[in-house]
Design a protein around this ligand. Structure first.
Ligand code: NAD
Length: 260
């Protein structure tokens, strides 16, 4: 068994079969937290990798656009490990189109998965956290929770929404041991962003490398991707005793994106 400062605690990370969620799940596991994974695709490999860190894992495949499945996942998590101590709302999708051409079905899906799912997990996780006088809720927002970009109406609306939800959750629990904070990454090279690099390369008839440089150059002064490992360490900090009075922040890790 792992002996980190989160030993004996349980973290549920939504959308953790890939990308940022998996990076955060591994960072919390390195500190000893048992992990409930969620997301689509292969979950056996991430589970094996996390178990190798000396913690227990469980997996629930709830579709984050479906409140009934979210309720089932929350019940399952409590049954597996007693209670969810750390909730990381990370699952998210993107769709890029101008507003007048934005498919209504994509708008509904982005709002459901990137915003409403966090309301459902939070409302269901809070009672046990409040009873235990300890809890950490970490919402993976985005720089798009702080500033906008064209063609991302649903995503920007959802991410601004989750920053608002973060503040309300933090305030309603401000006198308790339950904190809620948001992480706002700039570009992170995950499948979600690789699709945007590929689309740029195809649209402009340029190489993957050139499209990557263009993408970074438009927004990110450091010209570097933030990594899931770096974001994982920020999540670990939010779980630490030193962060016990950090409440309702939206912390950007973005190579200078929103400093401009
Ligand atoms: P990703 O595509 O690598 O991972 C997304 C995860 O969410 C996967 O595990 C996927 O299976 C899961 N998922 C998608 N739809 C789901 C659904 N309906 N139900 C359950 N799980 C679902 O993407 P990522 O880049 O790691 O993104 C993770 C989060 O980080 C998202 O909220 C995203 O908006 C945010 N983010 C990403 C970037 C970036 O540059 N990659 C930047 C800022 C914020």
């Amino acid at each position: 068994m792992s002996q980190g400062f989160l030993s004996g605690k349980t973290a549920l990370v939504t959308g953790s079969t890939s990308g940022i969620g998996l990076g955060i799940a591994k960072a919390l596991a390195r500190q000893g937290a048992n992990i409930v994974l969620n997301g689509f695709g292969d979950h056996a490999t991430p589970e094996k990798d996390i178990q190798a860190l000396g913690v227990k894992t469980a997996y629930h495949g709830a579709d984050m656009s479906k409140p009934a499945e979210i309720e089932d996942m929350m019940k399952f998590s409590a049954q597996q490990f007693g209670r969810v101590d750390i909730l990381v709302n990370n699952a998210g999708i993107q769709h890029v189109a101008p507003i007048e051409q934005f498919p209504v079905e994509r708008w509904d899906a982005v709002i459901a998965i990137n915003l409403s799912s966090a309301f459902h997990t939070t409302r269901l996780a809070l009672p046990a956290m409040q009873a235990a006088h300890w809890g950490r809720i970490i919402n993976v927002a985005s720089v798009h929770g702080l500033v906008a970009s064209v063609q991302k109406a649903a995503y920007v609306a959802a991410k601004h929404g989750i920053v608002g939800l973060t503040k309300v959750t933090a305030l309603e629990n401000a006198t308790t041991g339950v904190t809620c904070n948001a992480i706002c990454p700039g570009w992170v090279l995950t499948p979600l962003v690789q699709k945007q690099v590929d689309a740029k390369a195809t649209a402009l008839g340029i190489s993957n490398d050139e499209a990557t440089k263009l993408l970074l150059g438009e927004k990110e002064p450091s010209m570097q991707f933030t990594t899931p490992e770096e974001l994982g360490e920020l999540a670990v900090f939010f779980c630490s005793a030193a962060a016990g009075n950090v409440r309702g922040v939206a912390w950007n890790m973005d190579g200078g994106w929103v400093a401009q």
